[in-house]
Design a protein around this ligand. Structure first.
Ligand code: CTP
Ligand code: MG
Length: 227
């Protein structure tokens, strides 16, 4: 028997509306390379990742080719959840045992996070990286402060999120089509499985608005120290 096949599924089918730029953020340049190229290479260079599949938007083939050349890809859907599902459907008959689902918009992915996730999959069928909450969290009443939400039991969720492939595929199929989901672990939880927490990394912060490119450049150049 060979080792279990582990695939990285990088979702890059969004439009990046909140950046305000015409070019979707995953194809914009970060330190001279497209955002997508950074996380793609983090997976491609990891010894335990066997295959990387990129999910792109309709009509983004030329952008992908310019960013990465000829790589394996599939066209996604109108929402992140649909894009992940398209990727899982594309892979479903390939005997995949583990899948790591990752936002292309989180370009700076340390190998250590992948290591922690794969180790966690030895114990549970799902794992995700989290960061603690350091700010005081308030509920709000329109223009005024509401109550403070105790932050001890809270965490900020990042990607990649790692799964036993059949477990994630079944959870996606069981999820109501009309219901939105911002990540995959919540679907696995809803289907009744435990999701193990591993330590995330500030490098993994998502690029969401235009200003996030400047912060990511600082992180990339080591100007912003991580712990
Ligand atoms: N994504 C996707 N398919 C979609 C929507 C999002 O593959 N239909 C991907 C994005 O490309 C991104 C990740 O999911 O890598 C996280 O989504 P988000 O940060 O919301 O990116 P966008 O949807 O592109 O940005 P916005 O919401 O500002 O339009
Ligand atoms: Mg979005």
């Amino acid at each position: 028997m060979g080792h279990p096949t582990t695939v990285a599924l990088v979702v890059a089918a969004g439009n990046g509306t909140r950046t305000g730029a015409a070019l979707p953020k995953q194809f914009a340049s970060l330190g001279g390379r497209p955002v997508l190229a950074h996380s793609y290479r983090a997976f491609a260079s990891h010894p335990q990742i066997d295959r990387v599949l990129v999910v792109i938007g309709q009509g983004q083939q030329a952008l992908l080719a310019a960013a990465l050349g000829d790589v394996e890809c599939v066209v996604g859907g109108d929402t992140r959840r649909e894009s992940v599902l398209r990727g899982l459907e594309y892979l479903k008959n390939d005997g995949i045992s583990r899948v790591l689902v990752h936002d292309a918009a989180r370009p700076l992915l340390p190998h250590a996070v992948i290591d922690r996730l794969l180790a966690a999959l030895d114990e549970d069928v799902a794992a995700l990286p989290v960061l603690g909450v350091v700010d005081t969290i308030l509920s709000t009443r329109k223009t005024h402060a509401g109550d403070v939400v105790p932050r001890a039991g809270l965490a900020r969720v990042q990607t990649p999120q790692a799964f036993d492939f059949p477990t994630l595929f079944a959870a996606h199929q069981a999820w109501p089509a009309e219901r939105e989901a911002t990540d995959d672990a919540q679907m696995v939880r809803a289907a009744g499985s435990d999701v193990r927490l591993v330590e995330g990394d500030p490098m993994l912060e998502k690029i969401t608005v235009a200003n996030d490119f400047a912060t990511a450049e600082l992180r990339l150049n080591g100007a912003m120290q991580v712990r």
